[in-house]
Design a protein around this ligand. Structure first.
Ligand SMILES: [Zn+2]
Length: 227
């Protein structure tokens, strides 16, 4: 019993310290204490939803899957122009370096039969600088390096891999009520069946999900991926 009381006495100042620290942080509205602690993504999603009632998580995941596929296809094609509007400057620089290194080695990164198999929310945060949602994207592909000249050799069969993709948008951004359906350059209507080049002025149109304001802010391979 004596030992227990000593333990309790030892814990008390620590608890008081923690509590007063939380109070100080809580008073600082720029950095609410909740943002600094790992929380259930449902909390952040709820805050995003409350401020942006048009936000639709299932639509967001579908658009994220399109972005994921678009970026992988752009890497395979070694041309990031089609996904320029979907990437933050930092991620664009990182992926550009990957592509430059492929070009330097005369190599092509293939992702044959790439398909996302499961997308879940790993983290969601609404902060003073904007919103961020990290998705855990599980996918399957026959991925291999080939040369630009010949098709390349495959080693083994299709493999599963997982990546964490963080999407962010600036503070105050909300989901568009409806997608714009005209060319941003000349105003001609976009024919969704004919691809992404404007019939009239030949502008390369941004991918539809670029209108949502979310960009890829980080891409992290999961640790469980095979080396
Ligand atoms: Zn046009």
């Amino acid at each position: 019993m004596r030992e227990l009381r000593n333990d309790e006495r030892d814990d008390l100042p620590v608890l008081q310290q923690l509590r007063s620290r939380a109070d100080r942080d809580g008073a600082n509205r720029r950095h609410p204490v909740s943002a600094a602690l790992p929380t259930d993504p449902a909390v952040g999603l709820g805050q995003i939803q409350a401020a942006d009632p048009a936000f639709d998580l299932e639509l967001f995941k579908r658009q994220a899957a399109d972005t994921f596929l678009g970026v992988k296809q752009a890497v395979e094609a070694r041309d990031l122009t089609p996904v320029l509007d979907l990437l933050s400057d930092r991620v664009f620089d990182e992926v550009s370096q990957d592509v430059a290194s492929l070009v330097a080695r005369d190599a092509v990164q293939h992702f044959d039969g790439l398909v996302p198999t499961r997308i879940t929310v790993a983290a969601a945060d609404r902060g003073s600088l904007g919103d961020a949602i990290t998705l855990r994207i599980q996918a399957v592909a026959l991925s291999y390096l080939g040369s630009a000249e010949v098709g390349g050799r495959t080693l083994g069969g299709p493999g599963a891999f997982t990546e964490f993709w963080t999407f962010s948008r600036p503070a105050g951004a909300t989901s568009p009520a409806e997608m714009r359906l005209e060319c941003p350059t000349c105003g001609a209507p976009i024919d969704v069946d004919t691809g992404r080049i404007c019939h009239y002025c030949r502008t390369l149109l941004p991918p539809p999900q670029a209108q949502t304001g979310w960009v890829v802010a980080a891409i992290q391979p999961a640790q469980e991926n095979p080396g």
